[in-house]
Design a protein around this ligand. Sequence first.
Ligand SMILES: [Zn+2]
Length: 331
Amino acid sequence: MDCCAHEGPGGGDARFDIHKVADGVWAAVASPAYKVNCNTAIIESSDGVMVVDTHSKPSAARVIVERLREMTKKPVRYVVNTHFHWDHWHGNEVYPAAYPDAEIVTNDITREAMVKKGLKRIQDHVRQVPSEIAKLKADIQAASPAQRGKLEADLKLAESYLAEVRALKPALPTIAFEHTMKLYRRDREIHLLHLGRAHTEGDVFVYLPKEKVVITGDAMIGWTPYMGDGYPEDWAGTLDRLAQLDFTHIIMGHGDVTGREWLNTFRSYVLDMVEGVRQEAATGATLDEVKQRVTAKLAPRYEKPFSTYGEYRPWRTGVAANIERTFGMVS
Ligand SMILES: [Zn+2]
């Protein structure tokens, strides 16, 4: 790969703010991007580095590798994937290429989901992005001068994403565990846990008991959760098991580093949304009625806290999708 891939095709919108969370533990928090990137957690131990999740494309993972090389001479030994979604593992291939001894780790359920669903979705992207590009081109033709600049920037990003996803060499996990995997390093313990179904069937949580840090993948994020592959009715219970662990800092799949207060708000949202849908569905209401009533019920408490990212991830769009998913499962 060329020396400056982070500035070249595809890397244009991969930007990360690196925050120290504890000694040797950092969160690389992804800025909003045309093709969303997840956060990466970086854990440096006596014998090497663990990174958690690898973004939506190799060029984004390469940005992290460059930052890592400025931070430490130690090699990356473990790459953890928290779940099978594209924006958390499409950059995997970068790590074994940069660090030949790196192992990619997840649980059995998530590895199987990558094989059965994730690989197919890569081909779906290859097929679908060209029509996204065609639509952007048509939109540019019809756009006012004020809108044009943003659309043209998006077009470049979509084109470079297509080139990257076409060339992707999906790197599947080389180690899969069943329930729990614990690493005992000289200076820290790292627990990889499966606490039940939430954002996907196989969500992996990474827990550092001594540093009191937990890494959640998309079981917790800074905006309205995506439930398209999720289990809304199980989600709050999984977060209850998470809450039983002793920690102070949460590195989420997306959004800034947070703490227990956001866990409470996030869990209550999921619980109240599911409960609202159940109650309305039991009265025989249609999906549209349920959407309208449950959104109105949730808005006073949840619209503001879940709107931190504004138009990038609007709450009302998210909650409508959450209600639809839940309605399909309870009725
Ligand atoms: Zn996800």
